[in-house]
Design a protein around this ligand. Structure first.
Ligand SMILES: NC(=O)c1ccc[n+]([C@@H]2O[C@H](COP(=O)([O-])OP(=O)(O)OC[C@H]3O[C@@H](n4cnc5c(N)ncnc54)[C@H](O)[C@@H]3O)[C@@H](O)[C@H]2O)c1
Length: 385
């Protein structure tokens, strides 16, 4: 197929590599010439490494490079079958690009956006043929992360959704279907992983090192929430939380924290600036966690139950199917197991009890139990047979 990629940054260059690896002819456009040059250099370096490791033959690596061309105008996209936009996260700019594209591409070209936070409906609205616009949301780094969320807008026709899904499946990715709602599946359901951890830190339930220890050693997560936030960077993670909070009409479940905001304001952005929740300077004292198993279990139960509540609510509100929600969290953010499967293991009754206890304690609507969990508890149902 002929694939067009707009934006040669972190996401665009990664998506181009995935498409090229799968024998498609790929063209990438970026308004910054340097971004194209950087993408080309980065790809060559990556392929060199992968070839040295034996992941690709030299022939395959040459083929991938030959499959990609770097172009200096959108007009080069006239013969594209699918275009994936991965430019700056700004609705007005994205809309103007989609509008322009429509005057260039053929009738049958699918127009997709890799946006993380904007509504697909608003981007599609910029097009006359809005029924061919869809969200195709890759995760970073695109060549490594298996999950891709497919997000039809209310304008999108089902044949486009099917085609988009088939194409991305054929690239060896795992696709899940998400409703065009804020943060789609992964970035919505994952909010309590950060938010509830910070809230417990603020309440002095435990320090960051102890919460991280509990979540990795007892919970089985690959990284603890504070290590992960420091790794992502608070300048990236905090604005996402703020955007999601606004997009959900200030639902308290998604409330950002002053603690994280202060880190951003202080320039303590995490690993990249040498300091975040942790101090990464060479001489910094290493903080030892309190490995009290009872405390650890309490931490894990609270964060995991909040995650389960979010997953259950996403199912209740038809954001995605049971299987897609569980797949999204295991393949998109490497959770040790699907949250709905985890709910069955913990017991739906127990999840409801933990949430109700938190609600009783705080009288904060962030702890309201999903109606689905409550109903299932009353009926003695489980998510899986
Ligand atoms: N970085 C992530 O983790 C991640 C993950 C999933 C989705 N996304 C989404 O992907 C998109 C791109 O993110 P990124 O991290 O790759 O950004 P980035 O800043 O690394 O790259 C964006 C590129 O777009 C180019 N650009 C800006 N305006 C343009 C225009 N009008 N036409 C052509 N090129 C233009 C820039 O020059 C830049 O090279 C955003 O919508 C973001 O929300 C990002």
């Amino acid at each position: 197929m002929k694939i067009g990629i707009i934006g040669a940054g972190a996401m665009g260059s990664g998506i181009a590599q995935v498409a090229a690896q799968n024998n498609n002819q790929v063209k990438i456009f970026d308004t910054q010439k340097e971004a194209l040059e950087k993408a080309d250099k980065k790809l060559r370096k990556t392929l060199e490494k992968l070839t040295a490791k034996g992941k690709f033959t030299q022939e395959k690596s040459d083929e991938i490079i030959a499959n990609i061309s770097y172009v200096n105008s959108l007009n080069n996209f006239s013969d594209s079958d699918l275009i994936i936009e991965a430019i700056i996260e700004n609705l007005e700019i994205k809309k103007s690009v989609f509008q322009k594209l429509e005057s260039i591409v053929s009738e049958n070209c699918i127009l997709a956006s890799n946006t993380s936070s904007l509504s697909i409906a608003s981007i599609a609205a910029a097009c006359q043929k809005s029924e061919r616009v869809i969200g195709i949301h890759f995760f970073n780094p695109a060549p490594i992360m298996k999950l891709v969320e497919i997000i039809p807008a209310i304008q999108t026709v089902s044949s486009i959704t099917e085609q988009a899904k088939n194409i991305i499946d054929s690239w060896g990715k795992i696709t899940v279907l998400a409703k065009d709602t804020p943060a789609f599946i992964v970035n919505r359901v994952a909010r309590p992983f950060y938010g509830e951890a910070i809230k417990m830190l603020e309440e002095d339930v435990a320090d960051a090192a102890t919460i991280d220890w509990a979540m990795t050693e007892i919970g089985g997560f690959r990284m603890g929430p504070f290590t992960l936030m420091d790794f992502i960077g608070h300048d990236v993670n905090y604005p996402v939380t703020e955007t999601v909070f606004e997009a959900f009409y200030y639902d308290q479940r998604y409330r950002p924290s002053f603690t994280q905001k202060r880190l951003v304001e202080a320039g303590y952005l995490g690993r990249k600036s040498g300091r975040g929740f942790y101090n990464y300077n060479e001489n910094a004292e290493k903080i030892e966690p309190n490995k009290d198993t009872r405390l650890g279990n309490k931490i894990v139960d609270r964060i995991v139950t909040m995650l389960i509540n979010e997953a259950a609510d996403a199912l209740y509100l038809n954001v995605a199917s049971r299987d897609d929600i569980d797949l999204a969290m295991t393949k998109g953010v490497n959770y040790p197991k699907g949250l709905l499967q985890w709910a069955d293991e913990i017991g739906i009754d127990n999840c409801v009890d933990i949430l109700d206890e938190l609600f009783d304690e705080f009288h904060d609507t962030r702890y309201r139990c999903s109606p689905l969990l409550r109903k299932m508890s009353k009926q003695g149902k489980t998510f899986y047979e």
